[in-house]
Structure formats: C-alpha cells, structure tokens
Design a protein around this ligand. Sequence first.
Ligand SMILES: O=C(O)C(=O)[C@H](O)CO
Ligand SMILES: [Mg+2]
Length: 264
Amino acid sequence: MNAARFAANIGWLFTEVPIERRFEAAAAAGFTAVEHAQPYSMPLSRWRALLDAAGLRLVLVNTPVGEPGSPAATGWGCLPEQAGQFRVSVERALDYAVALDRPLVQLRAGVLPPGVSRDAALTCFIANAHWAAERAAEAGVRLTVEALNPRDAPGYLIDTQELAAAVVAAVGHRHLGVQFDVYHCQVAQGDLTTRLTALREVIAHVQIADAPGRAEPGSGEIRFQHVLSTLGELGYEGWIGCEYRPAAGTVAGLGWRERIGGLP
Ligand SMILES: O=C(O)C(=O)[C@H](O)CO
Ligand SMILES: [Mg+2]
C-alpha cells in the first residue's frame, strides 16, 4: 500500500476541526498532500505557513466561483459575455497556485444558462479554457476539467467523462487534462474500468468517494481495489484526492486505506 499517493481533501475531510487545524490533522493521519476546492477565504501567506508547518503539499484547487444561488455559483466558464469575470477567477487561482506548490487548478465550467444552447455554452467554455491554458502555461501550472453527475450538480455543463475529454481535446493544450472523479462517474455513467482505460492519456487527476452515499471507499458499491489496480496498470502517476463525506469521523474511517491498498 502506498498511502503517499492519496491526498486529503480538507474541504471534506477533517471538518471536525477548523480549517487551520486540518493541516496538522491530515499530516498526523499519514497524508503528505492535501487539496481544497476554495482556498480563497484564507490568505496565501497563511496557507503557505500551515502547509510548511505540517510538511504538506497542496495538489489541487478550483477556480473561484460566484455567490451561492447566483448564475455563477459553480463558475463563469460557460456563461457567454462573462469572459472578463472568468479571467479574473483564473488569475486569482493562478496567484494561489504559483505561491503554493503549483497545484492543479480545476476550471469551473458553471451551469448551462437559461436561453443559451448547449453548443453555444460549450463553445464559450472551450474558448475560455483555451485562454486559461495559455495563461497557466506562462505560470507553469496545469489545469483540469471535471465532469459532475447531474444528481449532485443539476445543470452543470460538463456532465460526462467523455464531454470533459472532448473539451480537453478541443482545447488541445498540454496544460489541460481531465479530472476523473470516480464517484461522479459511477453515479452518472458507471463502466469505470472502460472509461479510465479510454481516457488514460488525458487524466491529470483522480478523486474518489464511494457511491451512492459519497462516503469512504468501501462503504458502497464501487470495488476500489480493482479501480486502484486498474489505475496502476494504466500507469497513472498523479494524486488521488479523497473527496468523500466521512460516515462517522474522518480518522475513524481511514481504515479503508489499509483494506483497499494503494497503487501497486
Ligand atoms: O464536486 C466535486 O466533485 C468537485 O470536485 C468540485 O470541484 C467541487 O469541489
Ligand atoms: Mg470531485
């Protein structure tokens, strides 16, 4: 087992303690890396200090999003005429990324706006992602696109792994890859082995939670031993983000790492 390959998402794990104490908690539980979708409520300097004090590395953040309930609550990526706001969100994410170990940055696509066709929204997102990839390359940062399942994220533009991969292909930039969230794929599509295999060349990051409850691996229907050995056989060398809702306490639920094992 290679626990070093798992990154704790400290927006989901260790929420028993305030954000500032989650770093030491993750390190004490054996993690060497963390991810967080929205790090922006804490200043950069504080992130740097907390990562360093705990000996952790940051491996993933998302671009900032708009206010909850607003049209940009899951991002500006596919909102026509909002390119300016999208660019501001990318620049903010890149500021954090450059100062904090150059984690991957997930581009939030947003929900299909009313009155806008799916094709128009996709064209908009691809153009925005292309601009972002150029900027990310200048900053030495890599970007991802993630597909979310429609039950958890109704209306989110990117709702299948293949659509995420199609955006990556359309942009055609080596600084943009697919963020394959195993939980979202299982809920929306299934056929995990086939999809991991088909997308292996473009997968830049993997996240895990079991389905249907989004708790620890081993709590539901996904055979994670098989998923992880498939990733190993495919030569996946990135991090695996633990983005689940602990069923009964983060530390109490970490036994899955030994039971399931890491990459071979
Ligand atoms: O919902 C998910 O799976 C994500 O990874 C989004 O980035 C929100 O954190
Ligand atoms: Mg995810």
